[in-house]
Design a protein around this ligand. Structure first.
Ligand code: F0G
Length: 357
């Protein structure tokens, strides 16, 4: 029987790998592009959701990690290191486990979602909680990689971006061309950069007729690219993108200029509202950072920037099960109350409104 072989094998001719490259894969990529009728109704656009939570560790990071770890092992690495708000550490630990090497992961103390922390531990990562934020973690990871025999797998490593560009190839295969707009959440801006690179290559080989306008969104309390200056103490409920000094800042600015794109900031309240809409009306469960793509679309459509009938792709980057607590909140910030009923069919029918229906 046929199964998807992971992005290195599926896109071998588009990546810098050879017979000497060991393919360290968990079958990442090949994620669904899901039409979102509820978002069409709300925006007048033709909206598709690229659900990256369907990757093996539940986030888009796996696309880059298969490439980064395969290349690291090719070059003889016995240990990798990363800084992370959670997803990169989960992915690095899983791919290192599969390769039989060590992963050291530096995360901000108390600031990453429980699901992600559990993954890093389960996959036997050497987990260090640093008394600082993500930006501090990255600085230390870079210094360690410079001075010790450990290979850096953050997106400052170009292999990560190379692996992640394959998501754009998959979108083009399904749609038959690039979309008019592509929306992504932005933290370090590595993924924004990777999609732009993927689309640039598709245009160059004639697989597409256009460059999508690349729209990236940061949380209001962590929006350095939008404000144009480093944020010292980034803050947002979207812990994945709580980043004050993005590693791929300059590349992202270049990609925005090249694609006639846009960077915007979204409030936590709007992120959670979009999270509810995506869960309840489209049926896709994501972590809060991912919902910012949806929030960004709703805001830009409202602002009149998305012509009716435009083809829009929203990347949602991480699975909702990583950070599920947000679903248990009501729209006004309260807690969802459980409906408790005795073991009685008639009572259950009554509570469900089935009586006389
Ligand atoms: N969405 C999710 C769920 C993420 O985990 C991240 C980044 C992003 C979006 C932003 O992607 O950094 O390429 O702009 N998470 C990193 C991590 C920082 O450590 O897991 P970006």
């Amino acid at each position: 029987a046929h199964q998807w072989r992971g992005v290195l094998r599926e896109y071998a001719d588009r990546l810098d790998i050879s017979d000497a490259t060991p393919i360290i894969t968990l079958g990442e990529g090949g994620t669904p592009l899901i039409p979102a009728a509820a978002l069409n109704r709300r925006t007048g656009a033709n909206v598709w959701v690229k659900f990256e939570g369907m990757n093996p560790t539940g986030s888009f990071k796996d696309r880059g990690m298969t490439m980064a770890v395969s290349k690291a092992v090719e070059h003889g690495a016995k240990a990798i290191i990363c800084a992370s708000t959670g997803n990169t550490s989960a992915s690095a630990a899983a791919y290192a486990a599969h390769a039989g090497i060590t992963a050291a992961v530096l995360v901000p103390e108390g600031k990453i979602a429980m699901g992600k922390l559990s993954q890093a531990i389960a996959h036997n990562g050497q987990l260090i909680q640093l008394q600082g934020n993500f930006d501090d973690c990255l600085e230390i990871a870079r210094e360690l990689a410079e001075n010790y025999p450990v290979h850096l797998v953050n997106s400052v490593n170009n292999d990560r971006i190379e692996g992640q560009k394959t998501a754009a190839f998959e979108v083009v295969e399904v749609l038959g061309d690039a979309p008019d707009f592509h929306f992504v959440p932005v933290g370090n801006a590595g993924n924004y950069t990777a999609y732009h690179r993927g689309y640039t290559e598709e245009l160059a080989v004639g697989a597409t007729t256009r460059m999508p306008r690349m729209f990236g969104f940061q949380a209001e309390g962590s929006a350095p690219i939008v404000t144009g200056s480093v944020v010292k103490n980034p803050d947002t409920i979207a812990s994945a993108i709580r980043i004050g000094n993005p590693a791929s800042w300059e590349l992202a600015i270049a990609a925005r200029e090249n694609s006639d794109g846009y960077f915007g900031a979204i409030s936590d309240e709007k992120i959670l509202e979009a999270h509810r809409i995506l869960s309840a009306e489209v049926g896709i469960f994501v972590e809060p950072a991912s919902a910012i793509s949806v929030a960004g679309l709703l805001e830009r459509a409202e602002a009149g920037q998305i012509p009716r009938g435009s083809t829009v792709v929203l990347t949602v980057t991480g699975h909702g099960l990583k950070d599920p607590q947000w679903a248990l909140r009501t729209a006004d910030g309260g807690e969802v109350q459980p409906t408790i009923v005795p073991v009685d069919t008639a009572e259950v029918a009554s509570v469900l409104g089935l009586v006389g229906a």
